[in-house]
Design a binder for this molecule. Structure first.
Ligand code: 6R9
Length: 650
């Protein structure tokens, strides 16, 4: 697409940001020609070490021996890096701005106040018996205590495993079991878009599952004061524990490769994987990318709209900003409540200078037109970011013009839970922008395109996106299953990291991410495996078989299209339709609710019994004249029946 629009870097932006294009090119060259020297320097610059590292990079992508270690003999503590080291210089400056779901509720925490709160809660955790290396599960709303709990875990060397508050009790139970969490931190209820979310009730239900036998205690933050059940001896109020805890808690020295957190994410097969990140490399990478990608400077107010339950909430709501001593805004609500102008209102109210959000939010606001900016100025904004899924050029242009008034560069940041931080992105003062392109690699990142056989492709072309060598923020393993880690990311194309995404590279070397090449859906920026939704469906007593595919959706990016075959004798009626949708919500959570249920007589299968998803995708998107070869199907007539059923759906 040589005719794609180009937005050059404006002169005033190139002059006031950290890096211009020449500096980017020189630094990039240095980062890939001598990674040891480059990362040693960055490691010292961005992190305070309790014991300095002498080794920098020790990584191998070799089949059967995948091992990733960075700064391995160094020691550090994350909470000390995010809080203590800023106390002398900016103790009274604001670390966290909290904006409630209700526009009349907000609060601020300075670094000193954050320090006190984190130390107290860290001591409360210790008093509950939490020890270094223990896994603590967080199931929290978007309140400052979510960040406080994360930092308190890191202070004492506990490993957090955050489960998004929108996941169901079943999904929560699965994650608690897999990570063997002995402690759960939650809240009575959450509040989003004016509605209460029954977090504590969900925890109760998860723990009622007889397979969950590891949890010793549940710490409950009072948020709404709503009615909840209570189990004496197991449940404890946050406030009561911290009231008697001391303000003094020395940060635990952690080895660079000690586990920092587990975060579950969906893959193309089976149950979600516990992505394991470790301490030193992760922090160096999160801190450095934060500074350069968002061009963070003293005095900025930074707002990332992601929930702490996702990787973006880990790296760019909490750790990256706080490691840089930045002011980070944590928002409890949703961008269009109480009305479409909320996101813009929050920008004005708190004088936000850097805004980081997702295409799905942008498209939802775009659908409201000028109402999204009604009564607001947004003159404080300087840089805007996008993450989570490909941003279509139309949404990019709207974001640029309507939210940013054509003043603010947009950084379209491509990365994954697995990568820990941003890998492909523009830098505000260095990169000419093309709407829809994530542009060029960050320092130390070596992306390449390969064909399905793993042959590297040169020049302007499309292919599977792989990364040739390790970077410090890379995940280290799948929790408890290193073999699955190797299988998932290093076996398709041996010797390189397989991202699971497809991409196009244009004649300027810019990358355009085209989406997943595996069976992973991206619905409103949330990753879900089709296999996960299918297994939820077939767990329903009346369903014999299910196949799920993604279809384009105007706001959500992708919608969920589920083909469902019922057991013989079951009636496909409106009541069952409702019941099945509710079932999936219960099994996984509201984000996994199918948009379309297609009652299918039978599914197209190969003679060996494999469901042909390629065909199901085409039928779902009405591309029936390009179905391809159907002769390998066990029963080709299934296809005609599906097409007929499809037309009766509409
Ligand atoms: C950070 C995050 C990862 C998947 C990834 C890709 C998609 C994320 C993107 C993007 C195009 C971008 N993705 N950012 N696609 N352009 N700027 O979202 O992590 O939840 O693990 O999802 O999201 O498909 O592989 P995660």
């Amino acid at each position: 697409m040589s005719d794609s629009k180009i937005y050059p870097v404006k002169a005033n932006i190139a002059q006031t940001t950290h890096l211009d294009n020449e500096q980017y090119l020189a630094m990039y060259q240095a980062s890939v020609s001598d990674p040891e020297t480059f990362w040693a320097e960055q490691g010292r610059k961005f992190v305070d070490w309790m014991k300095p590292f002498t080794k920098v990079k020790n990584t191998s992508f070799d089949p059967g021996h995948v091992s990733i270690k960075w700064f391995e003999d160094g020691q550090l503590n994350i909470s000390a890096n995010c809080i203590d080291r800023h106390l002398a210089t900016r103790g009274d400056e604001v670390a966290i701005i909290w904006e409630g779901d209700d526009p009349n509720q907000d609060s601020k925490l300075t670094f000193k106040q954050l320090h006190q709160a984190v130390c107290r809660f860290a001591n409360a955790l210790k008093a509950q018996g939490v020890k270094k290396g223990d896994v603590v599960c967080l199931y929290m709303p978007m309140v400052p205590e979510a960040a406080i709990a994360m930092l308190a875990c890191t202070r004492i060397g506990a490993v957090h495993s955050i489960v998004f508050g929108g996941f169901s009790p079943e999904a929560l139970a699965g994650r608690i079991i897999d990570s063997n969490s002995q402690f759960v931190i939650t809240s009575d209820e959450g509040l989003r878009g004016g509605r209460a979310v029954p977090l504590k009730a969900n925890v109760d239900e998860a723990l009622a599952n007889p397979e969950v036998d590891c949890v010793k205690s549940v710490i409950v933050l009072k948020r709404t004061g709503g009615d909840i059940d209570w189990v004496d001896g197991r449940d404890f109020w946050w406030d009561e524990l911290t009231a008697v805890a001391s303000d003094d808690c020395a940060p635990e020295p952690m080895n660079a490769e000690d586990p920092l957190f587990i975060l579950y994410t969906s893959g193309s097969t089976g149950k979600p994987k516990g992505v394991l990140h470790t301490t030193g490399g992760y922090l160096v990478y999160a801190a450095m990318t934060f500074k350069y990608v968002f061009d963070y400077q003293d005095g900025d107010v930074y707002w990332c709209t992601a929930d702490v339950g996702w990787i973006t909430g880990h790296s760019y709501l909490v750790y990256g900003p706080l490691a840089n001593g930045a002011t980070t805004l944590l928002f409890e609500g949703v961008p269009n409540y109480p009305d479409a102008s909320r996101m813009s209102q929050v920008c004005d109210k708190h004088q936000v200078s850097i805004l980081y959000t997702a295409p799905t939010a942008i498209r939802a606001l775009m659908a409201q037109g000028d109402a999204a900016v009604a009564g607001t100025k947004r003159t404080s904004l300087r840089i805007m970011g996008s993450v989570g899924e490909p941003i279509n050029p139309e949404a990019w242009e709207w974001y640029y013009r309507t939210i940013g008034d054509e003043r603010c560069p947009i950084v379209d940041t491509w990365w994954q839970t697995e990568t820990g931080g941003i890998l492909i992105t523009p830098l505000p003062g260095a990169t000419e922008l093309k709407p829809g392109s994530a542009t060029r690699p960050f320092f130390g990142v070596q992306p390449a395109l390969v064909d399905n056989l793993g042959n590297e492709l040169e020049g302007a072309t499309s292919g599977n996106l792989i990364i040739r060598d390790s970077w410090p923020g890379q995940m280290r393993s799948v929790y408890g299953d290193h073999e699955r880690f190797e299988q998932t990311y290093f076996s398709t194309f041996p010797g390189v990291y397989t991202t699971g995404d497809g991409a196009r590279r244009d004649e300027d070397g810019y990358f355009w991410i085209t989406g997943r090449v595996d069976d992973v859906l991206n619905v409103s920026g949330h990753r879900m495996g089709t296999a996960e939704i299918e297994s939820a469906l077939v767990a329903h007593p009346k369903i014999s078989e299910a196949a799920v595919v993604g279809v384009p959706h105007e706001i959500k990016g992708q919608g969920i299209y589920a083909y469902v075959t019922l057991n013989a004798g079951e009636e496909a009626d409106a009541a069952l339709h409702k019941e099945v949708k509710a079932w999936v919500r219960k099994e996984i959570g509201p984000i996994a609710t199918p948009d379309i249920l297609h009652w299918a007589d039978a599914l197209p299968k190969t003679r060996s019994g494999k469901i042909m998803r390629r065909i199901l995708r085409k039928i779902a998107t009405n591309e029936t004249d390009s179905l391809g070869d159907t002769s390998t199907l066990a029963d080709p007539s299934v296809v005609d029946r599906l097409i007929a059923e499809k037309s009766s759906l509409e």
